[in-house]
Each structure stands twice: as C-alpha cells, then as structure tokens.
Design a protein around this ligand. Structure first.
Ligand SMILES: [Zn+2]
Length: 188
C-alpha cells in the first residue's frame, strides 16, 4: 500500500510531494544505436515547492515499450501470448529458433529483441510452414541448404503429405493453430 500524499521532499525537506504527470525522455541503446525516447505523460511524483520530479519504477518499461513501437518490433506481451497460444515452453521455442532460453525470457520481460530476432519471431508466429520447417530441422540439419524455386520442390524436400496446402491456401494457413494437434496448420 502506498503512503498517502503529500510526502516529504528528499531535496528541499518540505512536505509537498504529490502525484503528477510529466513529460519524460529516456535514452536507450538498441543494437549499438542510442535512441532518445520521449513520453508525453509519465506518472511521477513532484515537489510543489522545489520542483523535484521522480518517476516510478515502470518508467523504464514504458520507455522500452515505446521504443519497440517506434522501431516496429513485437511488444513483449505479444511474444509471450503467441508462445503460449502455440503451447511452447520458453526452452522449446529457444531450441527451435536457436537462441538461448534466457533470450526468450528477456524478450518477454522487457529487453528488446534485435531486428533480426524480431523477423524470426514474426515468421515463426505468422506462418505454420515456418514452424513445420523449424521442427523438421531438428532432425534434418541440412534443410535450408538448397534453394527451392517453388512449393512443390519444397514439399518434396520435406516429404510433406499429399494434403499439405501448397497453392492457394494462404488465407486458411494464416490461422494460428495448435501445432501439436494440427502440425500442418490446416484449417479445420
Ligand atoms: Zn522539494
């Protein structure tokens, strides 16, 4: 439980600190580039006498969320939700994507994924065939060494069953499904 306002100011000593909403700028580094993130309305505490401002613990999280949005990267909660929708544990997804289990955990808890990892995650979430490919690669490390010019060549390489959709079925294939029960992403 939070103490009732007003609080005593750590700077000027007056009992004059109350809740406020302030503009906030954070400096965040992502992939060796420094970004300034501006937030118009950050919850904070402000001293009415000396003007001292302190932002809450969630300021960093809000700044990272904003930077993700600016850079067009998947939000942390979307990564978490989609992984759970696909019934994959963190270590299972990490093994499929060839990243560390800690990376998955970090991405779901605020640390911002690289742009290339973001592409990998998007492909994995959006396209059942990508999930199938990565699953197959666990047993067949050579997958991806040859260029397949069309779907039939790809189907042959993976020895997919005859009912695997390869032509005009993209709309149905984009349906996110439980891969354990429906490994080929077929609409039911
Ligand atoms: Zn003060």
């Amino acid at each position: 439980m939070t103490r009732p306002y007003p609080w005593r100011c750590g700077t000027c000593g007056n009992k004059s600190v109350g809740p406020a909403v302030v503009p906030f700028t954070a400096t965040l580094k992502h992939e060796n580039t420094v970004h300034e993130v501006h937030l118009e309305a950050m919850p904070a505490n402000k001293c009415d006498v000396c003007g001292e401002i302190s932002v809450g613990e969630d300021a960093d999280t809000m700044a990272r969320d904003k930077l993700r949005e600016t850079l067009g990267l998947l939000p942390a909660e979307v990564i978490l939700q989609n992984r759970k929708l696909l019934e994959k544990k963190q270590d299972e997804l990490a093994e499929l994507l060839r990243v560390s289990e800690a990376s998955i955990s970090h991405w779901e808890n605020g640390r911002i994924q690289s742009r290339s990892s973001d592409v990998l995650l998007r492909l994995y979430f959006a396209i059942p065939q990508v999930r199938h490919f990565l699953q197959e690669r666990m047993a067949n490390p050579k997958l991806g060494e040859q260029v397949n010019e069309d779907w039939s060549a790809w189907r042959a390489e993976l020895a997919l069953p005859p009912n695997y959709p390869i032509n005009n079925s993209w709309t149905t294939m984009y349906t996110v499904t439980n891969d354990n029960q429906n490994p080929y992403g077929l609409a039911s």
